[in-house]
Write a protein that binds this ligand. Structure first.
Ligand SMILES: Cc1cc2nc3c(=O)[nH]c(=O)nc-3n(C[C@H](O)[C@H](O)[C@H](O)COP(=O)(O)OP(=O)(O)OC[C@H]3O[C@@H](n4cnc5c(N)ncnc54)[C@H](O)[C@@H]3O)c2cc1C
Length: 315
């Protein structure tokens, strides 16, 4: 049964239960933890330093009835201006970012490891097949939750096994076939946190060939994607079409609401021109959806996630 204690007392109690390898803070700005750079604060923020601390944090939030959300690099995330009145957990301590070479062309990576770093290590080891990760600015956990992909490949193609904890506390280890992944989603990882995974390459190639592929992919991205603050593609592609092309054909590039602007380089990117609010981004998303629905009869679905909210409530 819950003791009748205040939220502050609960938080202090939780702090006392975690090791000093964990970081706990109140009222942390989330804008700086996302690539979009918009939005408010998280009331409770934790970077757990071990699996045990992670479990205690999840259990603590659950028992206290606080919503919980895992954030990786925040590269597919829009944070509401009012912030998040729950617990944000980030696997950002060194403990979660390890990457190591295993037998037979396998790579172990922690849930907080950067995809770019995994790509770099694979390249060094002469393992091919990881090159498409080069330009995806997320973490392993975020990449798996989104089934991130590029250049015709997706991250689950590389997966042998994933270790994760469900919010109810169950620790699981599952092989790739167990996951029913879809386009930018993995239902089995909802309400779960990825601790680590074993990735494996299909082929071995000389480092030079891999480097050539990497350079080619990087050039392609540079040509087609804007720099600055953004969250990658805003909308999913409808079957058989490219959202960026549809937006381009409708002449919507450059359209702006407040500080949020549709990129002139890629129609499916919204760029934060420096002072955008979440409300600006949402207004622009609604505007684009309306234009596309009216002119093309297509109902665009956002790829970017809205922290703590369901898009259907907002759109
Ligand atoms: C410039 C740019 C280019 C991009 N290009 C691509 C691209 O080519 N292909 C592509 O697919 N995406 C792309 N993205 C989007 C984004 O990088 C990916 O979706 C990425 O996988 C998100 O990872 P993240 O760590 O930033 O996750 P976040 O944005 O922090 O979170 C995304 C989801 O993952 C969950 N999550 C985070 N960590 C964990 C964890 N440890 N366990 C379980 N769930 C977790 C979150 O709860 C959330 O549901 C791009 C983004 C940018 C800014």
């Amino acid at each position: 049964m819950l003791k009748a204690i205040s939220d502050t007392e609960w938080w202090d109690e939780l702090k006392g239960m975690l090791s000093n390898h964990s970081l706990l803070e109140l009222d942390v700005s989330l804008a700086k933890m996302t690539t979009f750079g918009v939005g408010g604060k998280a009331r409770y923020y934790i970077e757990p330093g071990s699996v045990n601390d992670l479990r205690i944090a999840i259990e603590g939030a659950r028992d206290r009835g606080k919503p919980i959300f895992f954030i990786g690099r925040g590269s597919n995330l829009l944070v509401p201006d009012e912030g998040f009145n729950g617990m944000i957990v980030r696997l950002n301590r060194k403990y979660w970012r390890g990457i190591s070479s295993e037998a037979d062309g396998r790579i172990y990576a922690g849930g907080g490891a950067r995809l770019k770093e995994i790509c770099r290590v694979a390249c060094k080891l002469g393992l091919s097949g990881f090159e498409f990760l080069e330009g995806i600015p997320g973490t392993l956990g975020g990449g798996l939750a989104m089934n991130a992909g590029a250049m015709g490949s997706r991250i689950f193609d590389l997966i042998e096994e994933v270790e994760f904890i469900r919010y109810d506390g169950e620790l699981k280890k599952e092989r790739r076939d167990w996951f029913q992944v879809g386009y930018r989603e993995c239902r089995e990882l909802e309400n779960s946190v990825v601790l680590s995974a074993i990735l494996r390459a299909d082929t071995e190639e000389v480092e030079r060939t891999i480097k050539e592929k990497l350079e080619h992919f990087a050039r392609e991205r540079k040509k087609s994607q804007p720099g600055g603050r953004n969250a990658g593609c805003i909308f999913k592609n409808p079957a058989g079409e490219y959202t960026g092309q549809i937006i381009d054909e409708l002449g919507l590039k450059g359209r702006r609401v407040g500080g949020a602007e549709i990129s002139n380089l890629h129609g499916n990117f919204i760029v934060n021109r420096g002072n955008a609010t979440c409300a600006d981004v949402i207004a622009l998303i609604k505007d684009v959806r309306e234009e596309v629905r009216r002119n093309r009869g297509i109902d665009l679905r956002p790829e970017v996630l809205l922290l703590g909210r369901d898009w259907d409530e907002v759109l």
